[in-house]
Design a protein around this ligand. Structure first.
Ligand SMILES: C[S@@+](CC[C@H](N)C(=O)[O-])C[C@H]1O[C@@H](n2cnc3c(N)ncnc32)[C@H](O)[C@@H]1O
Length: 243
């Protein structure tokens, strides 16, 4: 189990700078939100996740309330899941880290939105395992209106590269694999990606993996207090070709 790091005195050295960001990550941080070392630099700031939920709702024409369901592939500390839950949506929140799933459940309780939250311990790289096959069959019988993914960007050093390649730098696998996997659950996929992402690569990967399909791809840059925080890429896969 990863260590929970909640208090200022627990954040040592390099990690100290994240303390000042705590209310940007969770406005209810002082109510006892749980974090791990990785989550301090991974949770989506609340205003960004709220804006992403709004954009996704418009783009995919989704209803508010429990008739809408999202599969959050990498729920982390629940930053994005909580914004979806606030819209009344059902959230199937996945992560391969048990501590992060506990953080998501606990943090959603703090926001009073855990009623429609289900969590799943799943490693997306283990698609050949019996556990994954069981998980896949469980999710396949559920309604998933869209898949959301905020995959790991490789830690804070992602900023050092001039360009972030979704095929080379994304974890736990390249973009084409992530999209193929997501499409097993829904034809609507929204990914939160680094601000320095190579957008032309998003287009070329889409063309490669959806031959013969009509694909809408929309890319939205998101900023907070004048600083770019990342990019939301939204795919909708229909039937002919038009990327
Ligand atoms: C960027 S964080 C997500 C943060 C989340 N959106 C939030 O706002 O709290 C990425 C998450 O992916 C999880 N993860 C990494 N590799 C994974 C894998 N192979 N399968 C499932 N989850 C994985 C990590 O444990 C981490 O919680």
């Amino acid at each position: 189990m990863d260590e929970i790091l909640m208090g200022k005195q627990q954040l040592q050295g390099e990690m100290r700078k994240y303390w000042r960001q705590r209310h940007n990550l969770f406005t209810k941080y002082d109510n006892g939100c749980l974090m791990t070392r990785e989550l301090w630099f991974s949770v989506t700031p609340e205003l960004i996740s709220e804006r992403m939920a709004e954009i996704i709702q418009q783009e995919y024409d989704l209803e508010l309330g429990e008739n809408t369901s999202v599969l959050d592939m990498f729920c982390g500390g629940g930053g994005d899941s909580i914004s979806f839950l606030k819209r009344g949506w059902r959230v199937l929140a996945c992560d391969n880290n048990e501590t992060h799933l506990n953080c998501t459940r606990h943090n959603a309780q703090i926001y009073g939105v855990d009623r429609h939250l289900e969590t799943f311990l799943v490693d997306w790289t283990g698609s050949e395992s019996a556990e994954y096959k069981l998980f896949h069959s469980m999710i396949s019988i559920k309604k998933v209106d869209f898949v959301f993914g905020s995959p790991p960007w490789g830690g804070p050093t992602y900023k050092n590269n001039t360009t972030f390649s979704a095929e080379r730098d994304l974890l736990p696998f390249p973009l084409h694999k992530l999209l193929q996997l997501s499409l097993e659950f829904s034809n609507k996929v929204a990914l939160f990606l680094p601000r320095n992402i190579a957008v032309n690569e998003l287009v070329s990967v889409s063309e490669d993996i959806f031959p013969g399909a009509e694909v809408d791809l929309r890319v939205v840059h998101l900023s907070l207090s004048g600083y770019s925080k990342g990019v939301l890429a939204l795919w909708t896969v229909h039937g002919g070709v038009n990327v």
